[in-house]
Design a protein around this ligand. Structure first.
Ligand code: SF4
Ligand code: SF4
Length: 107
């Protein structure tokens, strides 16, 4: 192995260690999802959140929102993997993911 390839190898090692450190730090700092709110004034009942959630957290409830649509509810919040897809895809900015401890779950 030449001097150049040794240098490249050690650079990749250092970069990998930095990424792993950042991921570990971010992972330990981030609090778990305890609640997901759907704003009854904003939701128009497109159900993109119900459809796109990879772990099927949402269900359509029998509660009617301001736009006359049945609101989705995060019935299985314990399944949430905090991917952020529901927040990102909601066209009406109606979803808020709440992270924290048990006291924040009650809202
Ligand atoms: S994606 Fe947003 S607007 Fe559509 S049903 Fe879900 S919360 Fe309502
Ligand atoms: S953050 Fe991801 S897993 Fe959690 S409810 Fe939203 S789409 Fe589902």
């Amino acid at each position: 192995m030449g001097k150049y390839s040794l240098m490249m190898g050690s650079k990749a090692l250092v970069r990998g260690a930095i990424y792993a450190g950042v991921r570990f730090y971010a992972g330990t700092r981030r609090k778990p999802v305890v609640r997901i709110d759907v704003d009854k004034y904003l939701c128009k009942g497109c159900y993109i959140c119900v459809d796109k959630c990879p772990t099927k957290v949402f269900e359509v409830s029998n509660v009617v929102g301001d736009y006359g649509a049945f609101l989705p509810v995060a019935k299985y919040v314990e399944r949430c993997i905090d991917c952020g897809i529901c927040e990102l895809y909601c066209p009406d900015y109606a979803i808020t993911i709440i992270r924290g401890d048990e006291s924040e779950a009650r809202g």
